[in-house]
Design a protein around this ligand. Structure first.
Ligand SMILES: Cc1cc2nc3c(=O)[nH]c(=O)nc-3n(C[C@H](O)[C@H](O)[C@H](O)COP(=O)(O)O)c2cc1C
Length: 319
């Protein structure tokens, strides 16, 4: 355990980085974690599902709750609620989500098109809580309106304690190549810590991004699906340590099983097991006969099924 600021972060990814997966990752390395995005309105209306998303695992030592919304009072009130949750060390504001339902409500990346409004939201939240407030945003709305540097400066002036920039525009969604130049420009423009997001899919990519951008922290996104060991590997490389061991298939599936059991405890067996189909498929990436195993995984309905499928895969592989 260290008190240093983490150099590696697990990206917030709605529908993926739930309590159980974040716990598995945080047990492997001293990383920053962020909840899936939580609706500020939902929290203020007492929505139980929104509230549950804010739970933090004991292993998470640098844990942000990520909020989305575009009303200062609602966001400030939601941030106060988040700051009271045990284990929460920062509040992150989502100003990068590209999903039509979110941006059409003026939330997420839509805020990049209205910097004064985004600045007022950040100010309202920073004034409402005593823990650090960070902002996650993109390179810009589209290639004709790249404004991440101006946006970053405005957020810093409005009380943000840190920034995370994803080097793609809203129009790009998750396609194309992440623009490390945009991240480097943001880093040069502000004095607060900057986290780089986009295409950090290997220890080498993280080191390349650090050399290129000078950012302070590196966020692993889609490459972490079913691969918590990658997050630990990236973290070791950034700290100049040897790569940590990656377990064999039995060890990896054991971690997946623990994740599924934890998720079942957190969100109920049915939901956790339906989601386990996706998670297990990711854990099986690169395994010989993965297509066959995925067909078994897709039939999982409950914990018993999940345990049997994992057992059968290991039998098949060893036999
Ligand atoms: C399925 C999925 C869900 C995501 N959900 C969120 C979210 O809730 N909040 C957020 O700030 N970013 C979200 N993101 C964006 C990621 O945090 C990250 O910035 C992006 O995936 C770029 O990193 P990558 O190229 O390494 O995947 C999501 C991305 C994916 C693929």
């Amino acid at each position: 355990m260290t008190n240093d600021r983490p150099v590696t972060a697990l990206a917030p990814m709605a529908g993926v980085t739930d309590f159980a997966f974040r716990e598995v990752c945080a047990q492997l390395a001293d990383i920053a974690t962020t909840t899936e995005m939580v609706s500020a309105k939902g929290l203020c209306y007492g929505d139980r599902k929104s509230n549950k998303l804010m739970r933090i695992a004991e292993a998470e030592r640098h844990a942000s709750v990520q909020l989305f919304g575009s009303e200062p009072e609602t966001l400030a009130k939601a941030a106060e609620m988040a700051a009271r949750i045990p284990g929460v060390t920062a509040v992150d504001l989502n100003m990068g989500c590209p999903v039509p339902k979110i941006v059409s409500a003026g939330d997420g990346c839509a805020l990049m098109r209205d910097i004064p409004k985004a600045a007022a939201l950040t100010r309202a939240v920073a004034d409402a809580v005593s823990i650090p407030v960070t902002v996650k945003f993109r390179k810009g709305w589209d290639k004709g309106s790249v404004n991440c540097v101006e946006f970053a400066k405005a957020m810093e002036q409005s009380g943000a304690a840190g920034l995370c920039v994803h080097g793609r525009t809203r129009t790009q969604l998750y396609g194309g190549v992440c623009d490390f130049d945009a991240i480097a420009a943001v880093k040069r423009a502000v004095a607060i810590p900057v986290t780089a997001s986009g295409d950090i899919d290997s220890p080498e990519a993280a080191l390349r991004c650090r050399n290129y951008t000078g950012a302070d922290c590196f966020m692993v996104g889609r490459a972490a699906f079913g691969n918590p060991w990658l997050v630990a590997g990236v973290d070791a490389a950034l700290r100049g340590l040897p790569p940590p061991p990656v377990p064999n298939l039995a060890g990896r599936l054991d971690a997946a099983k623990r994740q599924i059991l934890r998720a079942a405890k957190d969100k109920g067996e049915r939901v956790a097991c339906l989601e386990a189909r996706r998670h297990l498929s990711w854990y099986l990436r690169g395994v010989t006969r993965a297509a066959l195993f995925r067909a078994w995984v897709m039939k999982i309905e409950n914990i018993k099924d999940a345990e049997r499928v994992i057992h059968d895969i290991l039998e098949y592989v060893s036999g």
